[in-house]
Design a protein around this ligand. Sequence first.
Ligand SMILES: NC(=O)C1=CN([C@@H]2O[C@H](COP(=O)(O)OP(=O)(O)OC[C@H]3O[C@@H](n4cnc5c(N)ncnc54)[C@H](OP(=O)(O)O)[C@@H]3O)[C@@H](O)[C@H]2O)C=CC1
Ligand SMILES: O=C(O)C1=N[C@H](C(=O)O)C[C@H](O)C1
Length: 238
Amino acid sequence: MNIVVVGFGKMGQLVKKTAEEHGHQVVMVVDITNCQDLDALQEKVDCVIDFSHPDNLSWMIPYVKKSGAALVCGTTGLNDLQRKQIEDLKDSNRVIYSANYSFGIAVFKEVLSLITPMLEDGFDIEVIEKHHNQKQDAPSGTAKLLVETMNPDHEYKEVHGRNGMVGKRQKEIGIHAVRGGTVAGEHTVMFLGDDESFEITHTATSRQIFVNGAIRAAEFLMKQENGSYTMKDLLFKN
Ligand SMILES: NC(=O)C1=CN([C@@H]2O[C@H](COP(=O)(O)OP(=O)(O)OC[C@H]3O[C@@H](n4cnc5c(N)ncnc54)[C@H](OP(=O)(O)O)[C@@H]3O)[C@@H](O)[C@H]2O)C=CC1
Ligand SMILES: O=C(O)C1=N[C@H](C(=O)O)C[C@H](O)C1
């Protein structure tokens, strides 16, 4: 597969290395400074893999539409319009967006879909995410994804941190972001009841799990028709 890697930070560098180890060709590494050079690229591009910054979407979306390349997007901190622009590619391209390409989080999400309705009465929900001190967005895209999964109809108020005279807890999900050191990513959902509580934690001990998932997603897209896919599709179809 011929791949264009967008962003050459911590993730982009590992995506290039791992894609090449899988026998794929990284035909260009692009960011906002050289994206205009894509037009001169001789090779056909099969897939664009993006782990960078939301600003890159302004040129990336027109590029994938024009070229027909598949898109694997992992950049977080997107606004609603940017999420919709990615989703809208389903009519013209093969696309997958996930705030977390690890298989553990894909399974975690399925578990939450199953158990949250059972715990609605009597358990308070809090989410804690921990990341390295270079992370630019908060809360993490994964924390948002887990909250969306538990709160599809917005029945719970989403409360980011607490400070001051906040009053008694309402029907809410508390979301807390911790930043420090080199933590690759940890997400905990806590269910706190009367005289009992439990929590589920996913810990990434390196970024390689995200990269492996993203490359597997790209390989999966190569076998699909145009459409928008999710990590759940990879769990059950691959
Ligand atoms: N979905 C998933 O599984 C995962 C998602 N991520 C997400 O991937 C993204 C990148 O993470 P990571 O590699 O750790 O971050 P880095 O900061 O290491 O790299 C970010 C890249 O984006 C570029 N960039 C920064 N600011 C801008 C801007 N304003 N406009 C255009 N490009 C910009 C940087 O270029 P320069 O070096 O020139 O600043 C760099 O190439 C983040 O959104 C992160 O949350 C991360 C891990 C897993
Ligand atoms: O920036 C990171 O590092 C990560 N970002 C993603 C997120 O925002 O959820 C995924 C992962 O936790 C690492």
